[in-house]
Write a protein that binds this ligand. Sequence first.
Ligand code: PGA
Length: 247
Amino acid sequence: MIIAANWKAYVESVAKAKALFASAKRAAVKPGIEIILAPPAPLLGLLVADNKSKVAFAAQDISDTTGGAATGETTAALLSGMGVTYTILGHSERRAMGETDAVVASKVGHALAQGLTPIVCIGERERDPEAHYLQGLRTQIGAVYEPLSPKERMRVVIAYEPIWAIGKDASEAITPHDLQEMVLYIRKVLGDYLPGRASEATKILYGGSVEPGNARELAGGSDINGFLIGHATADVATFTALIKAVS
Ligand code: PGA
C-alpha cells in the first residue's frame, strides 16, 4: 500500500517537517507500506538531502522548463539529481491556477526524461446524472498517455482525486463502492493505451478526504494501490493514526 503524503502548504516550519519525517521513517519499515512524502520545495530539499531511510520523496510540482533563464522555476533535473524520485503533476489545485492538460502532459515528459515517476492527478469537479464527467476523465488520461512511448506509459502512476471530495472530512469522501467503480473505469481507459497486463499493473491511488476513519474501508473495498493524502498527513498524531489504520 502506497501512502503519498501531499503536505501542500500546510507545513510551514522545519521543526514540524522533521517531526513528520520521523514518523514517516517509522511507518516506512512496516511490511507492505511504502511512504512517499511531498513537502513544499525548501523542505523537500532539506529532508531529501540526507535521507538514508526507506521514505521516498516527491515534488508537489515541477517546472515546465528544462533550465536556464526561468526565475522561480524548479526543474525535474535538479530534483532528480537531489534524490527525489516522484513528482505529483496536474493536481487540481495547480489546474485551478490555469494548468492545462497540455502543460500537464509536457511536465510528465520532463519528469520521465529525468527518471522521476509522475503521479498524475485526474478527477472531476462534480458529477452529473448523465455521467459526462467520465468523458472528462478520459480526456485527462488521454492527454498524458497519447504522446508517451509504451515503456513510458508503464511508468505513470494515476491519482484519482475527485475535486468535490478534496479537503473535506471522511464523511464527504467517496464510498468504497463508488471508488471501485472508478478504478474499473480508469483501468478500462488505460487499456486503450497499454496492453492488458500492463494496464492492470499501473498503480492507481485515491485522494480526497482520506482520514484515519475511512482509510481502511476504502483500501479494503476497492482495488486501489494506495492513497494520495493531504490534510491528514500534516499532523503527526493524525498521520500516525492513518498509518495504523492501513497497516
Ligand atoms: P485531502 O487532499 O486529503 O486534504 O483531501 C488530497 C489532495 O488534494 O491530494
